[in-house]
Design a binder for this molecule. Structure first.
Ligand SMILES: Cc1cc2nc3c(=O)[nH]c(=O)nc-3n(C[C@H](O)[C@H](O)[C@H](O)COP(=O)(O)O)c2cc1C
Length: 444
């Protein structure tokens, strides 16, 4: 992450904030405003109450996510599919054990930035901590996210883990044996580790192995001092902790990923913090939940699943995106026949009902990241009524926070026998307006 931030600085893809900002609301307000105008990352060098510089919106751009996995012209999800398909066998030894970093400094939770993100949040939260845990039965490593509520207590935090997640299943396995679960919380994890945590693999799959594969084959790891675990080197800040067995505690209210508050609940877990340590010059990663950075990360994960399921089921699947927001997917196809778009819509809703409420299918010449282009194709390429399908016979979302039914499928493709041809201007893609407009404002 350190090198990536330096890279962004060098090429001017990072805003730098030198003035002091208040970690209570002001930092989040700046992130939120900035994201409305730009997808650049932000570096806050002076956050009141802490010496750590805070990096935000690092993952808040699909193009940066594509760059991190070397997608180049291939498209983000096709590249992810290639990564999954070329993952070496389970037995592949990807760990390169290195000594404990000499420059690591041990400190306390109180020294970390104490960021309160939303008005009604119960208090400051760590939101970008990647949890690394090993399956208590067979040792398989898992990476995931769980927000941590800071309590002003150096030895304890509360963390929220949704029941379906592998980490919750690991905790349940440890609890069944009456044991606490060791976890390493990585704040400012190397990008391949963050990306592997975003991906959701079946519980028997090793997500560190995926991180190593994204990183090029191997991962430098070192042994923790207070728990029995190897952790990725080059992590900015490391919290070594255990999750208590047979104890639940309060979490929330908290402004969650869908942009609403979840209510206070008593299902969170108690984390006993054994140690907090960091490399010299460490960056703290702060992530505003429900903002572009959170949604981009989740959209990559959901889009991967949809793409993977579709390419394994149907021909002519070119790319997928989650757009305009979560629960909406847009699928670009090389249309095979008039039934093809409907088959895609059916498959999307059947295979991944929890991640889709609306699905739009477009032709191969449409830019799925450009909603204006997507709606233009729907509105200009055929009937609106016969290409719109509402489904009421599928189960919708129903959990403690959200309950809704109904699915909307839109076929925005053109009939195969249509003579319409999109007009284009040769050379447009190669035009750099800076070469033409003398007074063009530079975006610094
Ligand atoms: C930035 C971010 C924050 C998240 N925060 C939480 C959280 O606080 N609690 C939770 O249960 N899941 C959270 N998630 C979702 C899961 O951690 C994520 O889907 C993960 O891939 C699930 O891992 P699994 O495959 O090991 O089950 C978050 C996801 C992201 C991208």
């Amino acid at each position: 992450m350190h090198e990536y931030v330096s890279d962004l600085l060098a090429r001017g893809d990072l805003y730098v904030v030198e003035r002091e900002v208040d970690p209570e609301y002001e930092l989040a307000a700046v992130v939120s405003q900035s994201q409305k105008q730009s997808d650049k990352a932000i570096l806050f060098n002076n956050v009141r109450g802490s010496t750590f510089p805070v990096v935000a919106n690092l993952y808040g751009s699909f193009s940066r996510m594509a760059e991190m996995v070397n997608a180049e012209d291939m498209g983000l999800h096709p590249r992810w599919q290639q990564i999954f398909e070329t993952l070496p066998p389970h037995s592949f030894d990807y760990v390169n054990e290195v000594p404990h970093p000499a420059d690591f400094h041990e400190g306390s939770l109180a020294e970390l930035p104490s960021i309160t993100w939303r008005e009604k949040d119960a208090g400051p939260y760590i939101t970008a901590g990647v949890f690394l845990a090993n399956d208590p039965e067979n040792g398989t490593p898992n990476l995931s996210f769980a927000r941590c509520m800071m309590l002003g207590d150096d030895s304890k935090m509360h963390c929220c883990i949704d029941a379906p997640h592998d980490l919750a299943k690991y905790q349940a396995k440890a609890e069944a044996k009456g044991e606490s679960l060791e976890v390493a919380i990585l704040i400012g994890a190397p990008p391949p580790v963050f990306l592997a945590a975003v991906a959701s693999l079946p519980i028997e799959e090793d997500e560190l192995h995926l991180a190593a594969h994204i990183a090029g084959g191997s991962l430098d790891m070192y042994q923790c001092k207070h728990i029995d675990m190897l952790v990725p080197a080059n992590t900015e800040i490391l919290i070594e902790a255990t999750i208590r067995a047979n104890e639940r505690c309060e979490d929330g209210p908290f402004g969650e990923f869908l942009g609403y508050y979840c209510e206070k609940n008593t299902e969170a877990f108690v984390l006993d913090v054994k140690s907090v340590s960091w490399r010299s010059d460490a960056y703290y990663h702060g992530l505003l939940c429900g903002s572009r950075e959170d949604l981009t990360a989740i959209a990559v994960s959901w889009g991967n699943r949809i793409y993977r399921d579709l390419v394994n089921t149907l021909p002519g699947i070119l790319d997928v995106t989650i757009n305009p927001t979560l629960f909406g997917s847009i699928i670009r196809i090389d249309k095979q026949n008039e039934e093809h778009p409907q088959q895609v819509i059916d498959a999307v809703f059947r295979l991944n009902p929890l991640y889709n409420r609306m699905c739009i299918v477009v032709d191969k010449d449409i830019d799925i990241h450009n909603l204006e282009n997507v709606w233009w194709s729907f509105l200009t390429r055929g009937d609106l009524d016969s290409r719109t399908h509402v489904f009421s016979d599928l189960d919708g979302v129903d959990d403690s926070n959200y309950s809704f039914n109904g699915y909307l499928g839109i076929d925005a493709t053109m009939p195969l026998d249509s003579s319409l041809e999109q007009s284009t201007t040769p050379g447009e893609m190669n035009i750099n307006l800076n070469d033409y407009f003398n007074n063009m404002k530079q975006d610094n």
